[in-house]
Design a protein around this ligand. Structure first.
Ligand code: KIV
Length: 420
């Protein structure tokens, strides 16, 4: 209660309007705390969720889907405290993220979502119902007409509670009939939906197909120009990032992602991959850009890995342990001559501080050039015969160990220097 009182004293800022008006601006909708938490075993405590939400706000995420309030009283409480604590405290630029709660298309879910998010300055209710023949027939056991009626009634219901920002998702849109999709989307726009999210729920589409789907929806849905189109791509075929980029290129201006790509089954499009691809290939992406401060990516990734217990695979793009490590002699030689030879992103851009300048990992494939460079970084200027001897001993050690550490090198040097 006292927290609510404190937060309501903050005057409403302008919410960084460039984020809304710029046609090339892609909103980042993070669902780590909702879809991400649906990864088996990834449950986080309310305190951990709050800490993640704060980090997402620091990153500059536009919309934080904080949970699924109807799923449990604990989740409702967690979403509510995120709405109060994170959704009410703008930074010095007046930026405050939208706080969103998920609900199925029924009144009690929507009530729970609204009860949780309404304390935020910018609350959003996200409601969904399945629209593919498979889901309607086997899961919902409802006709197309019933699904359209429920969807538009529930969007209107959410609006009637006072929620001005309502997102609608036709679940399994990737496998839904196109004409039916256009129809249901038109009806929910009329009912007051402000964002239309297009989920590839089972990660089934190919990038060209998903891009076409977004372009077709944009071209064939009446009223679409008044709402934001969004993507939500699952990763069952390993295509979530590619599909998301194809969707953004085709006109989606919101993308739903998770930190480290966690989520149901094979996960979701990962925030760091989508954001860095848009940043790194801006021209090819038609000038699209996001509001993410990429320097906070590594901290967010580590925090989510620790709290969710889902550790990041070493070769994961952008945030994996090896994403900026160079092992082969040829690559190391290139890196020592110029970093752009083998790095398309600078590690500092994502907030990564490497233990050594060049990112070189010494192992059995490393050459003399790499060893000498590391020795120099460690303060040993060794050349000629002395270097030959250290390199020989280094190769012997590297044959037995996956990586030769700085301690190993120090040991090699002391043997070399102090041996009679
Ligand atoms: O994968 C999905 O379809 C979802 C929706 C609720 C957006 O998570």
């Amino acid at each position: 209660r006292s927290l609510l009182a404190r937060c309501s004293l903050v005057s409403r800022p302008s919410y960084a309007p460039h984020r809304i008006d710029d046609p090339s601006y892609v909103r980042i909708f993070d669902t780590t705390l909702r879809d991400g938490e649906q990864s088996p075993g990834a449950t986080m405590t309310s305190k951990e969720k709050l800490a993640v939400a704060r980090q997402l706000a620091r990153l500059g995420v536009d919309i934080i889907e904080a949970g699924f309030p109807a799923s449990s009283p604990d989740d409702l409480d967690a979403v509510r405290s995120i709405a109060i604590e994170v959704g009410n405290c703008p930074d010095e630029d007046g930026y405050v993220p939208v706080i969103c709660g998920l609900s199925r298309c029924n009144k009690s879910d929507i009530d729970a979502a609204w009860e949780a998010v309404r304390h935020a300055m910018r609350p959003r209710v996200h409601t969904f119902i399945a629209t593919s023949e498979i889901h309607m027939k086997y899961k919902l056991r409802k006709s197309r007409e019933e699904v359209v009626r429920i969807a538009s009634e529930m969007v209107a219901y959410a609006r009637s509670l006072g929620c001005e920002d309502v997102e609608f998702s036709p679940e399994d849109a990737g496998r839904s009939d196109r004409e039916f999709l256009y129809h249901i989307l038109e009806e929910v726009i009329k009912a007051g939906a402000t964002t239309l999210n297009i989920p590839d729920t089972v990660g089934y589409t190919l990038p060209s197909e998903f891009g076409r789907l977004i372009a077709d929806i944009k071209a064939n849905t009446r009223g679409i120009e008044n709402v934001v189109i969004s993507t939500h791509c699952q990763n069952d075929l390993g295509l979530a990032t590619a599909n998301t980029l194809a969707g953004a290129y085709a006109g989606a201006r919101q993308v739903e992602v998770t930190v480290n790509g966690i989520g149901e089954r094979a996960g979701n499009a990962s925030l760091e991959e989508v954001v860095m691809a848009i940043k790194c290939r801006k021209e090819l992406m038609g000038g699209l850009h996001t509001g993410i401060n990429t320097k906070h990516i590594v901290t967010a990734s580590k925090m989510v890995a620790e709290y969710s217990g889902l550790h990041v695979q070493p070769h994961k793009a952008i945030v994996g342990l090896n994403a900026f490590a160079h092992e082969s002699g040829i690559h190391q030689d290139g890196m020592l001559k110029h970093k752009s030879t083998y790095e398309i992103i600078s590690p500092e851009d994502i907030g990564l501080t490497r233990s050594n300048e060049s990112g070189i990992v010494l192992g059995k494939l490393s050459g003399r050039h790499a060893l000498r460079s590391r020795l120099l970084e460690l303060g040993y200027d060794i050349i000629g015969k002395e270097l030959d001897d250290v390199f020989k001993r280094f190769k012997e050690v590297a044959e037995k160990k996956k990586h030769v550490s700085d301690d190993d090198i120090e040991a090699l040097i002391s043997v070399e220097i102090f041996q009679p």
